[in-house]
Design a protein around this ligand. Sequence first.
Ligand SMILES: NC(=O)c1ccc[n+]([C@@H]2O[C@H](COP(=O)([O-])OP(=O)(O)OC[C@H]3O[C@@H](n4cnc5c(N)ncnc54)[C@H](OP(=O)(O)O)[C@@H]3O)[C@@H](O)[C@H]2O)c1
Length: 252
Amino acid sequence: MTLEKFPRERYEPAPDLLAGRVILVTGAGQGLGRAVALACAAHGATLALLGRKQEKLEATYDAICAANGPEPALVPLDLATAGGAELDALAALVRRDLKRLDGIVHCASHFAPLGPLADESLERWLETLRVNLAAPFALTRACLPLLNAAPAASVIFTGETHGVHPRAYWGGFAVAKAGLSTLAAIWADELEHAGKPRINVLVPGPIASPQRSRSHPGEDRSKLRTPEEAANAFLFLLGDEARGLSGRTFEL
Ligand SMILES: NC(=O)c1ccc[n+]([C@@H]2O[C@H](COP(=O)([O-])OP(=O)(O)OC[C@H]3O[C@@H](n4cnc5c(N)ncnc54)[C@H](OP(=O)(O)O)[C@@H]3O)[C@@H](O)[C@H]2O)c1
């Protein structure tokens, strides 16, 4: 897997970049997912907001509506337990209520405390791999007919630095994130003739989010990029200016 520098130094999305489009964002209740959802809505998209906790999704819903964005749909779902039938039902719900799907941004992630592989249990590994690797695959697969029907759909998996530069103690989390890059490359290759949906990984680097506070406690958060600053890069990959880019892993 090759890690590539993000193709745009500074990106200023057009106000109507995603007008009329429908985007599903996972982990939309906090951190990066919430910021990406708000940014998509601010640029015209109707959102399907997926996360575990209904009240957090409702807070994102309220923020979008307060900013006069298109009314979002709420999709409370636990990706650690959702099976194929629930993911198919989710896709059917999007088709019924929102009529189309132009993109998925996978931000949901399960972060287990760091530690040596020798101390990992099979159960903890499976939960980490399920939420961070298997669920992004299965959710995208369930939505593939909808994505295929859209004129220029884009799927973004959110990577993490240790998936690209493996280091001690990052365990199943880093392995899952590394797997996303292989997944995107294989899928893009399989879809090369159709040219859509585009499927890429974005590694955002350190972001001042609730997860970062858990992985790097005591760090000075004021020096980190905010979720809102990182969100623009996701907009670029969702929009038509990124046409032709697929199967790649970009680092912000
Ligand atoms: N923060 C960083 O510095 C950084 C750096 C590189 C990459 N990233 C990546 O960026 C993405 C967003 O990170 P973040 O820092 O914003 O994370 P975060 O603050 O921990 O938020 C994670 C989100 O994932 C959702 N989630 C967790 N388990 C779930 C499950 N089983 N089912 C459904 N949703 C679930 C949570 O929803 P609930 O709150 O409803 O449970 C939450 O909204 C992640 O993929 C992360 O690996 C972050």
